[in-house]
Design a protein around this ligand. Sequence first.
Ligand code: ADP
Ligand code: MG
Length: 295
Amino acid sequence: MDSEILRLKKLQAQSPNKAKVPYGNTQKPNNRAHYAKNVIIVTSGKGGVGKSTIAVNIASGLAQRGFKVGILDADVYGPSVPRMLQVEHERLHWNSLDQIVPSENFGLKIMSAALTTPSPDTPLIWRSSVATSAMIQLLDDVAWGDLDFLVVDMPPGTGDSQLTIAQELRISSAIVVTTPQKVATDDVRRAIRMLQEIKAPIGGLIENMSYFVSPESGVRHSIFGEGGGKYLSKEYGVSLLGEIPLDPGIREMSDDGLPVTVGGSDLQKSFFMGIVDRLLSSGQFSLDGGAVKEC
Ligand code: ADP
Ligand code: MG
């Protein structure tokens, strides 16, 4: 995949802001997303727990509440945001100021390294140093405009990407996603510990795939066990923002590129909008006196 690396290097060479800002550190992070009043990262120690689904729906929910929102897909090796927002076939283009123009849909500005490849199924076979510089370019050189919120959909784990984001952004709120079972909560513990260690503010925990309600009988089944989110919330003193059921409709909408907050039933929407409203009233964000509200 040398061609992808060459392509990126060429893009970086064209970039007007190249190498202006040295890398930060977690004690004194850079403020690369200076155009965003608030930065939310959606993270977890674990893959497949619903980070991207939740990031997309929090972003879309915030847009529905009238805020200007951008979403950055930081999962370079498993990017799902473009499909979940129906922009996966769009490719990169530049404006007259040599800035990358983000895709737009559902009132969101959207950027993902997946949009820099020749086709949606091209894998990014990058060493982490290349992935890091790509991420920085997507923060520096995208025409995001003024945003109330930049929502960052993180890859799983506690490695390079997490460190880069924590070094380069002033995180307003890190939202941690878990599922109920121990195999997930073990990894999520590590993610919480990492956030505590690097002093990133943890805005709350979301338990996804919490339970399944049988459409025939209405009986609630705890497929992945019970209480993982509540337990972690208590153990680490982090608020539980919501419990989202396992619902095939949520999966279908993700596959179809329709945020649940746009296309879901009132009940489906309420799981995500409840979380958005809990976040907005939590006092974690600068919203007063100058939130660039679209009215
Ligand atoms: P991650 O970003 O953590 O890897 P995703 O958001 O990609 O996880 O979700 C993994 C898969 O699970 C996707 O197919 C998604 O549609 C599905 N999914 C996520 N949350 C739910 C849910 N509450 N009910 C049903 N399917 C879900
Ligand atoms: Mg994901």
